[in-house]
Design a protein around this ligand. Sequence first.
Ligand code: OSB
Ligand code: MG
Length: 385
Amino acid sequence: MEFHTPNFAGITLLPPYRDTPLEIKTAQVYKFSIPLVNPLVLKHTTIQDREGLILVLTNATGHRGLGEISPLPGFSRETLDTALLNTTMLLERIVESDQFTAHQYSQRRSNWSDDNPPSVALFGLETAVLSLLADIKKVNPWELIFGKSSDRIPINGLIRGSLSDWVPEAERMVNEGFTTLKIKVGRINSILEARGIQDIRKSIGPEIKLRLDANRSWDLATATNFGKNVESCNIEYIEEPLRKLIDLPRFFDNCGMPFAFDETLHQIVDPSISFESYTGLRALVLKPTLIACTARLISLVNQARNNGVLPILSSSYESDIGLTSLAQLAGSIGGEDVAAGLDTRSALTNGTTHIPVEIINGWMSTRSLSTHDLDLSHCDLIYES
Ligand code: OSB
Ligand code: MG
């Protein structure tokens, strides 16, 4: 029996791809555990290893799809165990099942405030299905939806070290070819941090774009002061400066620094939320692993575009499989014009592909992966159907 995919998971595929049969025959789930280069300090927790799931789907004609499901501790609603349970439940519905048609599934998924909440398992499965369809059609997965992709994307170099390393790190990255940098602030004294940002700006010159991320560390007074102290540094935007969302309009009034939503997007469940009321909103930082639903992700991209706000793809320390999928997505959304936040691979000692996803001269390739690229040496097969 053949299933067709006029649309999938609340996502409308472009006309040339709609009649692609989707006959999933087998699924394998691998669990990976990869030591981090340094312990990673995340909200309320520190992790030594990055764990996640790799999903391999095979259809009746032997085409394959790859996906990654890696909830991030402290950020994701789900633990790895819950994600695995959700994954196997979804797989039971779609592998060799005549109850599953993409169309039915899409009707069920068209509204994310239903009793099927967004789930990192869902996003991983959706990317695996798109990757399977892309394998059949010989295109990049997100071309099925967006109709285009670029071969490479610019990346914002991520600076998350201590203050004394900021200037040498920034200089190293600029010499390597990065033209956008993102610096994590809100960790120590904000006056010292403001000075550090000024020092970076002085040492790298006016051309390089600077993004900041405070991960909601500040109250309004501290954020305002910081903003005023770096007024001359031409900051493209700051992600989540404030503990309280409600203070954002006053922050912008006080110091005029453009800001971006990141964490805020993981909380909003209301699909009709309006961004128009936020003067100063410059970007939506989109972490697909945390937004956890492709339809919702696309809706956020469209809302951003309609409001003159930049959609910026961002990673959550995924392994190479997940990161490649994010690079491909960024290639379809921002192309070569907008730097994506995918500089997280260097935190991992190892990967899930033979050739690691690399950033060369500030650029990442969006090449397609096949199962031949998979390196399963850090993986255990934990589920098969
Ligand atoms: O706060 O943006 C964050 C990664 C994991 C969890 C949270 C964040 C990040 C990143 C990713 O910063 C890299 C980037 O966006 O440039
Ligand atoms: Mg952020």
